[in-house]
Design a protein around this ligand. Sequence first.
Ligand code: NHW
Length: 398
Amino acid sequence: KVQESLSLDKRHKFWETQPVGQFKDIGDSSLTEGPIELPTPLSEVKQEPYNLPDHYEWVTCDINSEQMCEEVYNLLAHNYVEDDENMFRFKYSKEFLRWALQPPGYFRSWHIGVRVKSTKKMVAFITGIPARIRVRDEVVHMAEINFLCVHKKLRTKRLAPVMIKEVTRRVHLENMWQAAYTAGVILPTPIATCQYWHRSLNPKKLIDVGFSRLGARMTMSRTIKLYKLPESTITPGFRKMEIHDVPAVTRLIRTYLSRFAVAPDFDENDVEHWLLPKEDVIDSFLVESPETHEVTDFCSFYTLPSSILGHPSYSLLKAAYSFYNVSTVTPLLQLMNDALIVAKQKDYDVFNALDVMQNESFLRELKFGPGDGKLHYYLYNYRMRHALKPSELGLVLL
Ligand code: NHW
């Protein structure tokens, strides 16, 4: 609370100039929902890139090139998001980055790096991908912005606003005028504030590395017993999703996501890209009724390990992140318990989930504990009249 009210008072020299909901407008009921600024003719969009400080240059990344992908991977592995105590840092894999950045209709020009001119060292990165996001009754063609990163040695020099303006310009050039993004920091103005929950799968390692602590009046052996899971899944007809399931899964997920205020508008191509299993990137399972062979339920999680910083015996935390889950026949609680069981079989240390969609209905019962960080969701150039509850959000960004 203290942190939140402080940050509402803070000046945002950059964000105050941008078409986003401003803190001063919170609660102003004269403002309507929808775009803040109208599109300008494409001929009026700035044709040249923004100026970078001397000695730096823009590079459009070809993430299919092994060398480029490696450079991006290394920048992020050493400089991307850390927890508040600097104990862990996200370590997106190269395969994951290729998947995350190349959905149907992606634009290579939206994968933007900054290099030092003389050495060609990559020192900053930002990306966009196209997405159709439904906001209430309206499907909006947006960019999802992610992987904003400035090398640790170049921080607080106002490079981030230049990166953001440049990606905005390149999105405008494709005639798109809205964006969605998430961040751990508070900016003007979240459309929703969510929380991560964590389900221990390997409690001993999590405690050893300082990810979690032994509960009050708990011993290690009682803790291990508390988090023990069955060896194999329980739901009859629970199996890995396959390519021929794409039409059925698309129908299931479209119907399900229609109940949320903000959610992606997935078609079969999107489902094939985002939900078909890819080893160590995305896992998806469904329930095919043994009698009718109908697909009735679906669950998925993506793989995002974190480096463990400065620990003598462990260097990698293997984490699964809940993605999209749909239950129509199998209770969501049972479906997610099966997801935990497969994640354990696959040797993940922890299973993470946000309190979005209907996740609150299983988090406590399946022994997830609340994390300390918050995740704020934002829209660019689209005003929401009120903040949404996490359960009104049907969107998960990577
Ligand atoms: S959130 C992950 C962001 N990345 C990290 O946290 C990695 C570690 N940190 C860094 O690399 C997922 C740096 O600290 C970064 C800031 C680069 C974060 N979003 O250069 P300065 C995403 O990738 C504002 C937006 O001096 P820095 C989503 C800050 O409020 N703005 O800072 C990305 C201040 O502005 P203000 C952020 O520490 C969404 C200004 O940057 C931000 O050296 C991007 C300071 O710049 C953040 N996470 O570099 C927006 N963090 O007004 C997309 C700080 O307050 C918008 N700032 O003075 C849509 C665009 C497309 C529109 C299309 C129509």
